[in-house]
Design a protein around this ligand. Sequence first.
Ligand code: PFF
Length: 455
Amino acid sequence: MNRAPARARDAFTSRLGVILATLGSAVGLGNIWKFPYLTGDNGGAAFLVVYLLATLAVGLPVMIAELVIGRRARADAVSSFERLAPPGGGAWRYVGVAGVCSAVFLLAFYSEVVGWVFAYLFESLRGAALSSDPAANAARFTALAHDPVAALGWQWAALAWAAGIIVCGVARGIEAVTKRLMPLLFLLLAGLAVHALTLPGAGRGLAFLLQPDFSRIGPAVVLTALGLAFFKLSLGIGAMITYGSYFRADQDIPLTATRVMLADLTVSLLAGIAIFPAVFSFGFAPASGPALVFMTMPAVFSQLPAGGVLLAVFFALIAIAATGAMLSILEVPVAWLVERHGWGRARATVAATLVIALFGAPAALSQGVGAAFTLAGRSVFELYDFLTSQLLMPLTGIAIALFVGRTWSAAALAAELGQGGGARRAALVGPLRVLLRWVAPLLIAVVLLHGWWGG
Ligand code: PFF
């Protein structure tokens, strides 16, 4: 059918480039506004233990499954299933199609939040976003989110930024940019964290973040950790399939996935250390989501010497984190258009970005002029979030686990795991297949059902 003409595939060029691009995907808004708060709120170090177990049971196995699919097929998310599906398994391609759809809807609302971050970065560089009063900050945020021109304009700016990088290609776009931005991210984050630790009363923030409280651990917290492990590692939209297809042949996939997971965890913890000591030091209540980023943190920084600079650093940091995540989401539909349909990269990037902007507009407007439009009590923004995080991504994740766990032979899996890692990796095949056949699909299914019925 519409196969692209054979031409040299773009790909990542160095092993470090692979790790930083993949880490760039994992690191995102989740590290700043989800992970630290959830850790603090759900038992601190005790939650981290549960998170690590969830990562071992679901996160890493599915991540490895996506990466091996991509590298074995050397194709976009849809073509990968077409190439690797067993005879008569034509329906597997719909897993890839679901991935492309989730990528579009995920970026349609993720880009809106990134737009807000860009707006605040711009404002803080102008020295305008500081108020010590969280209520004033809330009003400022509402004004931004409710202004249709600003909301759309900043969303488009965020999308254009990602598209401008994607159009340059895999090596010269994604790899080149993440290779520069990720070290900068670590530097800025470490600087903010060290600074936060010097604040009076920092210990209370650290205690909130890390003090183990095993009594908090119950079924709901376990499910939260599972969902977080899944979202954090960018699973269930074919992003890791697409990136895996650009991996070098000698890349050790299990080792790379583990390193990325640990580095991502480090970013989350550093973010928590940069945020909560400062929050507690000035007597603010810990929060998550937009309330934390756009209301509490500006108030916190306004109390500090050179707070304006620190606030700009904080938003630059979030913008950097979100950039790598956006790149990996946008690359899913772009790779599909280029490879499956033979489009040029520029045309594919523009088309995918326009479609995302089109679907993104109602999400961006849903805070203000479009607030009256709801479906089953959800705004468009919340609807997209539900459609992706609670529906398409988990279902796709289950299918991916089953695809590798059940349709691949042990020998095929061993061959992929062994590349770059040597024969020792063969020992992983048995446990990995058990996890992919049973453990990961069942656990994801429980999270899915809990999300629907448990609230
Ligand atoms: N891992 C990103 C975060 O934590 O913000 C979110 C994400 C990026 C999810 C890319 C899925 C994806 F494909």
